[in-house]
Ligand binder design. Structure first.
Ligand code: GPK
Length: 816
């Protein structure tokens, strides 16, 4: 993009008059209407464009600065992005929120009402996708030249409705009303091949694909906070060739046949796969992965050639971060481009490739490590299979020379799994093709090197490192919790903490200050009132703003143990019926989506709703215990729940949660955690202090130990009367008939040690209730949680990646 400097371009200003002029003009020229006849949607779209224009100007200057500096660029490859709503973010990042509010008010419109038209693009499943968005935000804030590459799914993650207590999935046509934040670039389309054969031409192997699909990019702007940098996220959408539509079929009345080819192509970016940490063996998914990789690498190479001509500097100018294994095909694809298309020799190409890639692993669950059947891979990507085999050969030769005669080791390290069917191990491919491999929390990185990737860690210990996740304080404090942000800024004397989160430490001295505590509690209460208003409208359930707000919000997974929380609720209900003073007044909020095919956790959602119905209808516990399942958890819902939370449930079985980032968002907003020694909980507890964290449960080593021994959940249930009563309550059908399957998993294998941790969990909850009874004590704990959360800023995470993996320098963008 060129620096706009011609006199024809109107100045982009931030005064109310300029803002109003642009808004009205956008309404007129973009929507073809005037303020008098505009619909709310018209006003929203014009407002969005008006704000966007302010970023476009920065974007143009960013591109110019990058072109001049020719820096090392960070390319983030991710199948998922959960960007969240854009309007309020962009108003804040351009400093136009107040101006916009006033201008709209002058025109008789409320900003809050208009802002509700903003639709969040839910192009991800959960933590991994949201992490990608937080990192992009922090990259731009740090002035690091970066592009995020992803897929522009027509349908984002399904919308969750609850019908008769059960999850029902509805399509999320997020751009149905138009998406004002996107810049489609139809003229930058890129062809992507599939299937076909490999031909030898003058001694060189070349792939002749049989099918071609077009990748059409559109980008969204990613502004930095407090800086001029605006990076982009570039999302690819699959399009068929313009002559793919079969006119003859259509004319003959065969309308379905007429669009067949169009559909086959465009299906590639039709829908985000709603699987989270589970293997999803579908040809279309592999096609999606290659589609993303092929389009993005083409674009990365194109960008490189805008500023460079010599391949030997490619890796000095380019680092490609693989967000999990979904984009791991980039390794053979870059090799194919370098060797087949640009005719570099294999060794040079391999050295460039390895220096270019770095890989982040987000799980330890073996079932979440992707593998693809060789047969499918060969059919879809015949040349890539040859390249994978060649990479594997060199790799296994190295293994053999380092550990001669260790056939078992070679089998374990091979890119190809042989039994029960031949499959390509994508995590292996990513490790072999990268110069750095990282886990996402200290425990996770250690366990990766000791278990899941132990053989690789022995082979290349220098490649392994940890980069603990972080979250954007702009989104999860400033935007989500403006009341708390204002109080913090008032006390810390400015907003410097927003880009230097360690400054929050200054709040620790105020933890015991009764006036500050009072104001802290007022903020929390107001946030709970906001949540209560939403919950009432969405579910009819009435929440008490003075009750302890206890939240378990995240994707549904057995290892995250929503069921453990539910057993606690059932026990509380029992206790409260006998003794109204048995617990503090409490609201339990559950939210989260289950993969549509993950039957076991969909049953848990049903059971939660069954329990909620019984508890909320029981006059004996009215005002003491309320249970709500808030449907359709997403970034927007998180921004509502997180600021209102008092108690943060982070109760995964130790050793299963790679990091967690909800734990960070909640603690940052003053929620106190009840949690296990899992993922980043450990680092969180280290920082906020053991006194400000309710710890319980087995640790990862012990969990592994229990699993190896002869664990008997039935005996635990038999020897704990309260637990037995809770299980009996589920069995007797009061929450709905037929939850025998849920009981069977608990009393059978109890894979996630729910029963083993039940008693310790209840004790931790009793300790939390005791602390809550003393408001001064609780509030001090809450303040200390916020005060010591600076480490969990995504800015620190990005600084770690920058220093330890990317070695990319910032490029400041001059102001206009
Ligand atoms: C991990 F493997 C995966 C996955 O497919 N999706 C996903 O969201 C999450 N994750 C982990 O479960 C979290 O512990 C972690 O904080 C998050 O990725 C970001 O690293």
């Amino acid at each position: 993009m060129e620096q706009p400097n011609g006199p024809a371009l109107r100045a982009i200003g931030t005064t109310a008059a300029e803002f109003e002029r642009d808004l009205v003009s956008n309404l007129y020229f973009e929507r073809g209407t005037t303020m008098e006849s505009a619909s709310a949607q018209d006003v929203y779209q014009s407002l969005a464009v008006t704000v966007r224009d302010r970023l476009v100007d920065r974007r143009a200057r960013t591109a110019t600065a990058h072109q001049a500096a020719n820096p090392r660029c960070v390319y983030y490859l991710s199948a998922e992005y959960m960007l969240g709503r854009q309007l309020r973010q962009n108003l804040q990042y351009t400093g136009t929120e107040e101006v916009a509010r006033d201008v709209l008010k002058g025109l008789g419109v409320s900003l809050d009402e208009i802002a509700d038209f903003d639709v969040e693009p839910s192009l991800g499943n959960g933590g991994l996708g949201r992490l990608a968005a937080c990192l992009l935000d922090a990259l731009a804030t740090a002035d690091i030249p970066a592009v995020g590459y992803g897929i522009r799914y027509d349908l984002g993650l399904f919308r969750q409705a609850i019908v008769d207590g059960a999850q029902v999935e509805r399509p999320d046509d997020w751009a149905f009303d138009g998406s004002p934040w996107e810049f489609p670039q139809q003229d930058d389309r890129q062809a992507v091949g599939f299937y076909g054969r490999v031909e030898v031409e003058a001694g060189r192997r070349r792939w002749i694909p049989e099918e071609t699909v077009l990748g059409e990019p559109s980008h969204m702007l990613v502004p930095g906070y407090g800086t001029q940098t605006v990076n982009i996220v570039r999302l690819w959408r699959a399009r068929a060739d313009s002559d793919a539509f079969n006119l003859a079929d259509f004319a003959a009345g065969r309308s379905a046949e007429a669009v067949q080819e169009v559909l086959r192509s465009e299906n590639i970016s039709k829908v985000l796969y709603p699987a989270d940490s589970t293997e999803f063996g579908r040809e279309l998914r592999l096609k999606q992965q290659y589609f993303l990789v092929s389009c993005s690498l083409w674009d990365i190479v194109r960008r490189f050639h805008l500023r460079n001509s010599d391949w030997t500097v490619f890796a000095d100018k380019t680092v490609i971060q693989l967000n999990d294994t979904h984009p791991a095909l980039a390794v053979p694809e870059l090799m194919r481009l370098l060797v087949d298309e640009y005719e570099l020799d294999w060794d040079t190409a391999w050295s460039i490739t390895r220096r270019t890639f770095a890989y982040t692993c987000h799980t330890l669950l073996p079932e979440a490590l992707e593998t693809w059947p060789v047969a499918l891979f060969e059919r879809l990507l015949p040349r890539h299979l040859e390249i994978v085999y060649a990479i594997n050969q060199t790799h296994l030769d190295e293994v053999e020379s380092r550990f001669p005669g260790d056939g078992d080791l070679r089998r374990r390290l091979s890119l190809i799994q042989e039994e029960p069917e031949r499959r390509i191990r994508m995590a292996h491919l990513a490790v072999v093709g990268s110069h750095a491999v990282n886990g996402v929390a200290e425990l996770h990185s250690r366990l990766l090197a000791e278990t899941t990737l132990a053989d690789f860690a022995r082979l290349w210990p220098e490649r392994f490192r940890n980069v603990t996740n972080g979250v954007s304080p702009r989104r999860f404090l400033r935007l989500a919790n403006p009341r708390l942000a204002a109080l913090i800024s008032e006390r810390l004397g400015g907003e410097g903490w927003l880009t230097d989160l360690d400054q929050l430490r200054g709040l620790a001295a105020l933890a015991g200050d009764s006036e500050f505590q009072r104001r802290w509690r007022v903020v929390k209460r107001d946030n709970k009132l906001d949540l209560a208003a939403y919950v009432r409208a969405a579910t009819g359930v009435v929440l008490d703003p003075d009750a302890l707000c206890d939240v378990h919000v995240k994707r549904f997974h057995e290892y995250k143990r929503q069921l453990l929380k539910l057993l606690h609720v059932i026990t509380l209900h029992d206790r409260l019926r006998a003794d109204p003073g048995a617990d503090v007044p409490r609201t339990v909020v559950f939210a989260g989506k289950a993969a549509p095919s993950y039957h076991a956790v969909k049953r848990i959602i049903q059971l939660i709703n069954g329990v909620a119905k019984v508890v909320n209808a029981d006059p004996a516990v009215a005002g003491r215990l309320t249970v709500v399942f808030l449907p359709d958890y997403n970034v927007t819902r998180a921004e509502l729940i997180v600021p209102a939370a008092d108690l943060s449930e982070q109760i995964s079985l130790a050793g299963k949660e790679a990091s967690g980032t909800g734990n960070m968002k909640l603690a940052l907003n003053g929620a106190v955690t009840v949690g296990t020694l899992d993922g980043a909980n450990i680092e969180l507890r280290d920082r906020v202090g053991a006194d400000n964290f309710f710890l319980f449960g087995v640790d990862a080593a012990c969990a592994a130990e229990v699993r190896r021994g002869d664990y008997r959940p039935g005996e635990i249930a038999g020897s704990d009367p309260e637990l037995a009563a809770a299980l009996a309550a589920i069995a007797d059908g009061r929450y709905g008939a037929g939850f025998g399957d849920v009981l069977d998993t608990l009393l059978g294998r109890d894979e996630y040690l729910t029963l083993a941790d039940y008693r310790a969990y209840l004790d931790a909850q009793d300790a939390a209730a005791a602390a809550w009874r003393d408001p001064a004590r609780w509030t001090a704990m809450s303040i200390r949680n916020t005060a010591h959360c600076g480490f969990f800023s995504a800015d620190r995470t990005v600084a770690d990646y920058r220093d330890r993996i990317w070695h990319a320098d910032p490029v400041p963008v001059p102001p206009r």
